[in-house]
Design a protein around this ligand. Structure first.
Ligand code: GLP
Length: 241
């Protein structure tokens, strides 16, 4: 595990965008694994800036997002589909027909999860996976106690995760209780992983992830077993290491 500590969030996000741009330059048809959440907004801003400056193209890449809320259609303003269009897809040359998220409004969410896992396998798995970190150690929506070899499936969100994501919804009750998420096993099959975390609020969980025992109590700790992980932090997120 390589840990890079930056003085500011801006330089940390730029570093992650640089890792993406380098991989895309080496392998234009990269299969990207994409993430949502507040932390990723700075990364997507930097990727858009690189695209607009003619320094990077995503025209031959494919992407699979980590997760989506069960019950929200792609057009719902709180869906991750909507987030990705607003924050990235509408501003770069990514082909819409090669940008995938689980369908939150599928008739049968279990069937959809199985279909999504099969689609990732068919694409040859993720080449470069971007991850954020939940305050409770989740990656994607793999909440604590998730099986460390899990595949894409439905997860029940913890109260603390629903509270953390409440800022995007009108009321707490509006935050969905279920999500379709890539499994921890799915994420671990990625060729390369980049995890980004900001702020003092994440410092304790960052320390558990990097220095703690590998345990389903902190799902991100399994990344210690991956052969090519880069953790990018600002100083505040690194302050408990
Ligand atoms: C959500 C997402 C995760 C993300 C996490 C952290 O729960 N499903 O993929 O890592 O939020 O979000 P933030 O960056 O807003 O702290």
């Amino acid at each position: 595990m390589k840990v890079l500590i930056h003085q500011t969030q801006a330089t940390a996000a730029d570093c992650v965008a640089g890792l993406f741009a380098d991989r895309l330059a080496r392998q234009p048809e990269t299969v990207l694994g994409l993430a949502t959440g507040g932390t990723m907004e700075a990364v997507y801003d930097r990727l858009i800036a690189r695209f607009e400056a003619g320094e990077m193209s995503m025209a031959q890449a494919q992407s699979f997002n980590l997760d989506e809320y069960v019950g929200l259609s792609p057009d719902h303003p709180c869906s991750y589909w909507h987030y990705m269009r607003e924050k990235l897809f509408n501003h770069v040359d990514m082909r819409p027909e090669f940008s995938f998220l689980p369908k939150g409004d599928a008739q049968d969410a279990e069937v959809e999860a199985t279909r999504y896992e099969a689609a990732i396998l068919k694409a040859g798995d993720i080449d470069l996976q971007l991850l954020g970190l939940g305050a409770n150690g989740h990656i994607g929506f793999n909440e604590p106690t998730s099986s460390l070899s899990s595949q894409t499936r439905i997860k029940t969100l913890t109260r603390s995760t629903r509270e953390a994501n409440m800022r995007y919804f009108d009321t707490f009750e509006d935050v969905p209780r279920l999500a379709i998420t890539m499994g921890i096993g799915t994420i671990m099959r990625s060729d390369e992983i980049v995890l980004l975390a900001f702020g003092a609020g994440k410092a304790n969980v960052v320390a558990k992830m990097i220095e703690g025992p590998i345990s389903a109590a902190c799902p991100a700790s399994i990344l210690q077993m991956h052969r090519k992980v880069t953790v990018v932090l600002d100083e505040a997120a690194a302050s408990a290491l």
